[in-house]
Design a protein around this ligand. Structure first.
Ligand code: FAD
Ligand code: SF4
Length: 506
């Protein structure tokens, strides 16, 4: 049983909550800010490092209502201003406080198509929760109203009813839209364009849809059945899906328009090209890009050693290079795959780490070791070409660089050896070059990201782009926001064409 369930609370706590719930509309702001912030129940760290099940368990109904009552329903909605897709946050939260869960779900869906996903992986602490009035009043951003957890609660509640609504589709227009890539950006465009009655086809290089949601973010943070449910909605809407289809190789991008009759294309191919450090030893057996390591674990289930075609490397001591979410996911996955010691090696300090605070806290609980102000200098191999150690350098922080973070400076002669058999490089991803290489007329910038205007249109007619292929490695919600903007522009362009065609026919 969930240890935070209402039934397990002390009698005094139960009485207090019943009292709150009875007087919900009369509660003053001061009283609301005194309601304790609700902790997220989670699997015990000892247990969860031996399974791939989701770490966080979600709020109970009582917890969700209590947390919702902390919201002050502000007139100036800082949270909405800081939400990239502008969900009407106080409105959905007030519905939760009143147990009107379906109404809450409907409010969220006005702006966000993937609430179960965003509620789990969005960095709310730097977005909607960063300026929440409650967090500011309590001088602690961690005590802001837990908007993400409430969003997740509602999405999970709706899924548990088995009554997820399929959006209404307008009459067929005869126009065809191709979506290249099925990450969050592509999925949003598919839904928004299909709603307008256009025929929509998703072309995906892998055998499964979801992009990084599926092959990057591990199941212990985002279970696959949640992604499957979101994709089931697209199928029910009549979106056509073509997997194992690599645009640029199976078919050229422009052929989709010139030969296959698509009227618009959205390119959402993401940033899947791993970046390495360029140090000695990176081609040794036992060195992985985080992308390869996580894809093999998440998508190909390479940890099932007796079943997998290419079982994943068995590791004892693992070094993960980097300090972002990808590094945290790699380290925590390595632990679950049986590594005894996992070291996150990062050249700045914890303060500068880009990973979400919650992920870092979970990693620490799971016994991941953090080596700050250190970085790899070279990787050493044995006579069979396998990793046997990593030579590291110590660092100190200097003045801030262009990113605003203090620059790491190597300390001369500070070399030391770390005893590892596996190194996972998680220092960033670049844009996938296939589309731009096979479509030279498409304008890209110095780092290979597609250049778009403020409607997400590329330099080519009828071709739009968004998500990580435009922004560089970013976030799920930003990819969705770009998808939404692109879909609006595609729908506008096609609507104008349909109008023109009608005028000509009359
Ligand atoms: P992607 O999700 O990368 O999807 C692109 C899709 O296009 C892929 O399915 C790919 O196979 C397909 N594709 C590529 N080329 C072709 C082609 N030529 N033809 C057909 N298909 C093609 N963000 C957060 O907000 N929170 C997190 O906690 C978080 N954790 C992360 C953890 C990891 C390990 C990683 C790698 C990223 C994480 N991110 C996180 C970032 C986030 O997942 C991405 O910003 C987001 O998925 C980008 O979406 P997208 O639609 O642009 O591309
Ligand atoms: Fe509620 Fe915080 Fe938004 Fe105010 S800023 S409406 S307290 S979530």
């Amino acid at each position: 049983m969930n240890p935070h369930s209402f039934e397990q609370l002390s009698n005094d706590a139960k009485k207090l909550i019943v009292d709150y719930l009875d007087r919900i509309d009369d509660m003053k702001a001061r009283e609301r800010t005194k309601i304790p912030a609700q902790e997220m129940p989670a699997q015990d760290p000892e247990v969860r490092t031996h399974n791939l099940d989701e770490v966080t368990l979600g709020y109970t109904m009582e917890q969700a209502r209590i947390e919702a009552m902390r919201c002050l329903l502000c007139v100036k909605k800082n949270c909405v201003e800081d939400c990239p897709v502008k969900i009407d946050i106080p409105r959905f939260i007030n519905h939760i406080a009143h147990s009107e869960f379906q109404d809450a779900a409907d409010v969220i869906k006005e702006a966000s198509l993937l609430p179960a996903i965003c509620g789990r992986v969005c960095p709310q602490e730097t977005q909607c929760q960063s300026n929440c009035t409650v967090g500011r009043a309590l001088k602690d951003v961690d005590k802001s109203v837990a908007i993400g957890r409430l969003e997740r609660f509602i999405a999970d509640w709706e899924r548990s009813t088995g009554k997820i609504s399929v959006p209404e589709i307008k009459p067929e227009t005869g126009k065809k839209v191709a979506i290249v890539g099925s990450g969050p950006a592509g999925l949003v465009v598919a839904a928004d364009c299909r709603r307008e009655g256009h025929h929509v086809t998703i072309f995906e290089a892998f055998h499964k849809l979801g992009g990084v949601l599926r092959y990057g973010i591990p199941e212990f943070r985002l279970p696959n059945d949640i992604i499957d449910k979101e994709i089931d909605v697209l199928r029910a809407m009549g979106v056509e899906i073509k997997t194992n289809f690599v645009v640029g190789r199976t078919r050229k991008l422009t052929d989709l328009i010139e030969k296959d009759g698509y009227h618009a294309i959205f390119v959402g191919t993401g940033a899947g090209l791993p970046i390495f450090l360029g140090i000695e030893g990176e081609s040794l057996v036992g060195v992985f890009s985080a992308n390869e390591y996580l894809t093999r674990a998440n998508l190909m289930r390479a940890f099932e050693r007796d079943k997998a075609d290419t079982p994943i490397y068995k590791s004892k001591n693992v070094a993960v290079l980097g300090g972002g979410n990808v590094a945290m996911d790699s380290a925590r996955m390595a632990k679950r795959l049986g590594a005894e010691n996992v070291y996150v090696v990062y050249r700045r300090t914890e303060v500068e780490m880009p990973a979400r605070k919650e992920e870092v806290a979970h990693a620490k609980e799971e016994g991941i070791n953090f080596y700050f102000l250190q970085n790899a200098k070279r990787i050493l191999g044995d006579d069979k070409g396998r990793v046997k150690a990593m030579e590291c350098l110590r660092y100190q922080l200097g003045e801030p660089d262009v990113s605003g973070r203090r620059r790491p400076i190597a300390i001369p002669n500070s070399e030391f050896l770390l005893d590892v058999d596996t190194v996972i490089v998680a220092v960033g991803n670049g844009s996938n070059p296939l589309i731009s290489q096979t479509t030279p007329q498409l304008n890209v910038n110095r780092t290979g990201n597609i250049i778009v205007d403020d409607t997400q249109k590329t330099s080519l007619d009828r071709i739009f782009a968004g998500g990580d292929i435009v922004l560089g490695a970013a976030t799920v919600i930003l990819a969705m926001g770009e998808g939404r903007r692109a879909a609006a522009a595609i729908n506008k362009m096609l609507a104008e064409e349909i109008e023109k065609e009608k005028t000509v026919m009359n």
